[in-house]
Design a protein around this ligand. Structure first.
Ligand code: HEM
Length: 399
């Protein structure tokens, strides 16, 4: 990737001194009696962060658009976003306190970059995971804390595995559900979702609860760019997860709560992901294709071969969703948040709404993916049961 000298100097700073300042500040905060409060100590470090970041950004703003291509501009947006998110984390900015971001030069540059690239003008998850260029084996991060490395290592692995599952399902589309090669693709999708499960299980074991909650999560909070507050990044900001939802047919693009979620996340994804997701939203799901074929083809060999595999992919997808909600969200967000004083509990999510609003929404999403028997949301519980009923009893039980 080609960078101008100013962009390179900013990148060098982000990879070195910026990480050093954040790491030193986290060490200071972590030993305070109330870890959620930013103490007076560390003010010199915070001012260094602000002044050095601002000096880099001002030079880049003066340089203007040098058109080094999408990758360089996207990468620069990520660096800017990391700087703005760190300012937010250390209380140098606070969207609740201000009407507009005090980081005016950074806002101007981020808005210019975001609008010209077709993405949100803040750092997104891909900046820290799938599109985070490593130098000598080290990718960009906010701190040198073990919990941050563990969190982003496993987020990246989980996202890559979900993308593998989505790729396999997308490849079924031009073939049609009765094509013999679809069996292989469904097995590939199930294996990729099993990889998500393994990676999530390893994350669950390896991540330190307190270090994550107090020293990593705060960098993912919403912050203002110019006038507007942009919600924080979360590991779900890639198209693959929704491609799986839609292609399996477990979630539907005409369900208002679900499509609202898609509308809200479009700009948090790379343009190529936006395109893939838009395309999926127009497609008929595999479940609908199977239900349509059921009356005529239910007894045919191809149908009997494909349905158990399809049900296996659905089961795996439901299991990864349960694992995310019942293990990761519960252990690393919900439980530690309960220990906070009530007035601080509203401030722990990446998207902004309090946990009391976010958790039931995530639970509904989990239950759509599990095709759980719920009457208040349009799960496909009955439709999967119809498919299962078309199989001989032993296969149906295994599915
Ligand atoms: C410590 C680990 C994790 C925690 C505590 C966690 C927590 C959360 C929370 C709280 C949200 C809601 C966003 C918000 O705050 O507003 C969310 C969204 C999401 N996360 Fe995670 N997450 C973790 C790891 C992962 C991993 C490894 C993946 C896999 C790629 C993942 C996939 C998603 C997805 C897809 C969403 C969007 C909502 C959805 O479609 O389900 N998360 N996560």
């Amino acid at each position: 990737m080609h960078m101008t000298p100013n962009a390179r100097a900013f990148d060098d700073w982000i990879r070195d001194r910026f990480v050093g300042i954040n790491t030193e500040l986290e060490a200071l905060y972590f030993v305070q009696p109330d870890r959620n409060v930013i103490p007076a100590e560390g003010e010199a470090l915070r001012q260094e962060l602000l002044a050095s970041g601002h000096a880099h950004v001002s030079r880049l703003l003066a340089e203007g658009n040098t058109d080094e291509g999408f990758e360089a501009a996207f990468d620069l947006l990520g660096n800017l976003g990391m700087f703005m998110a760190a300012c937010r984390r250390h209380g140098l900015t606070d969207p609740a306190r201000e009407q507009r971001s005090p980081l005016q030069a950074a806002s101007a540059l981020a808005l210019h970059l975001g609008a010209s690239l077709g993405v949100t003008p803040r750092f997104a998850t891909s900046h820290l995971t799938t599109h985070n260029p490593a130098r000598d084996g080290v990718y960009k991060c906010f701190t040198r804390l073990e919990a941050e490395r563990v969190f982003f290592d496993y987020n990246t692995r989980g996202i890559l595995a979900y993308k593998r599952a989505a790729d396999a399902l997308v490849r079924t589309l031009p073939m049609g559900i009765s094509h013999p090669a679809v069996l292989q693709l469904l097995d590939d999708a199930a294996a990729a979702l099993a990889d998500v499960q393994c990676s999530n299980a390893a994350l669950f074991e390896a991540l330190d609860v307190d270090e994550f909650f107090y020293c990593v999560r705060p960098y993912l909070k919403p912050y203002r760019v110019g006038l507007q507050v942009y919600r924080g990044a979360n590991a779900g900001d890639f198209a693959g997860i929704n491609e799986i939802d839609l292609l399996l047919g477990l979630c539907r693009a005409d369900h208002p709560e679900y499509s609202q979620l898609l509308v809200d996340k479009f700009l948090y994804m790379l343009p190529e992901d936006q395109q893939r997701l838009r395309d999926c939203m127009r497609r008929r799901s595999l479940l609908d294709a199977l239900l349509e074929a059921l009356p005529e083809a239910g007894g045919q060999a191809w149908f009997q071969a494909v349905v158990p595999r399809f049900l296996e992919v659905c089961a795996r997808h439901g299991e990864t969703a349960s694992q995310h909600h019942d293990q990761l969200v519960r252990r690393f967000i919900e439980r530690p948040a309960q220990a906070l004083p009530e007035e601080e509990q509203g401030d722990v999510t990446a998207s902004g709404p309090p946990l009391s609003v976010l958790l039931p929404a995530l639970e509904r999403l989990r239950d759509l993916r599990r095709a759980a028997p719920r009457e208040d949301i349009p799960t496909r519980h009955r439709d999967l049961a119809r498919l299962r009923a078309a199989l001989p009893p032993t296969t149906a039980e295994a599915g």
